[in-house]
Design a protein around this ligand. Structure first.
Ligand code: COA
Length: 267
């Protein structure tokens, strides 16, 4: 089989109607592109994200930025118009699709940053939480307003918010359905950084990856896996990484007092 090039991945992912994709310095930028509905996640967007994730899993990237098209919203939630008529069985399938997508982002083998400009509500906040970090612009608004619609979060938000904030604060935000503005999001640890506007947000996210791209991508991928799991996995992954090319090089470089040159072959 012929190996896919960076250009192949760009073409494949850009083929989706509601997504656009580009790569710069080994960092991909995936844009949810449905601005007339504030990038709300309907079934089409979710299916296309699922398809894109199949490609992204094996793409030759060192990081991914996820953002929303336009100035007003990252993603304003799951599509309320599409959800309204769903019977419980259909709603289960909708939630499974949303969870598959957020789990897919969480499982990508390289660091991911959600760049949140404007609204990240409901499923939008849940998508952002499934990335490794959130960078926000000053006008970012986070929240899980599902309770105001007679709903609960269904794309992993109940679990991930608790993990990020602890049970008490997560309940306060979920039960109130209130908005969390960017400065509070940073204070609470939801957003890692806050920037003036969208242009600065994207530039700083791209720039941030310089802090990781020189490190071992094998080790980062393994760390991501074990941080999502428990001690048994940690032990197994810790042992597995021994005598990989990167581990041999990294330890040798330290002992030889030189900079490591990692090849970054993922196991
Ligand atoms: N699902 C479906 N459509 C949505 C949507 C969503 N989650 N969020 C926004 N839209 C649509 C609006 O219906 C509107 O479509 P229209 O122009 O065809 O009428 C368009 O996006 C623009 O939104 P609008 O409400 O006019 O913008 P606004 O600036 O007045 O308000 C929000 C912005 C985010 C406060 C408001 O859109 C909102 O509350 N959205 C729902 C948020 C939510 O509850 N998300 C969780 C869902 S579980």
């Amino acid at each position: 089989m012929v190996a896919k090039t960076e250009k192949d991945f760009i073409l494949m992912i850009s083929n989706f109607e509601t997504l656009s994709f580009n790569v710069s310095d080994d960092i991909g930028t995936l844009v949810i592109n449905r601005p007339d509905k504030l990038n709300a996640l309907n079934i089409q967007v979710l299916r296309e994200l699922k398809g894109a994730l199949t490609e992204l899993k094996t793409a030759p990237l060192k990081g991914l930025i996820v953002t929303g098209e336009g100035e007003k919203a990252f993603i304003a939630g799951a599509d309320i118009a599409e959800m309204k008529p769903l019977e419980p069985g259909e709603a289960l399938a909708f939630s499974e699709l949303g969870q598959l997508v957020t789990l897919g982002f969480e499982a990508l083998p390289y660091p991911t940053i959600a760049c949140v400009n404007g609204f990240a509500l409901g499923g939008g906040f849940e998508m952002a939480m499934s990335c490794d970090f959130i960078f926000a612009s000053k006008n970012a608004v986070f929240g899980l307003p599902e309770v105001k619609l007679g709903l609960i979060p269904g794309f992993g938000g109940t679990q991930r918010l608790m993990k990020i904030l602890g049970e008490r604060r997560a309940k306060e935000i979920m039960f109130s359905g209130r908005n969390v503005m960017s400065d509070e999001a940073k204070t609470l640890g939801i957003a890692l950084e806050v920037y003036a506007d969208k242009a600065q947000l994207l530039a700083e996210a791209q720039n941030w990856f310089k802090t990781t791209t020189k490190n071992s991508s094998v080790a980062i991928a393994r760390a991501k896996v074990v941080m999502g799991q428990g001690l048994v996995e940690e032990r197994k992954a810790f042992a597995d990484i021994f005598q990989t090319e990167d581990m041999v090089e990294g330890t040798a470089a330290f002992l030889e007092k030189r900079k490591a040159q990692f090849k970054g072959k993922i196991l």
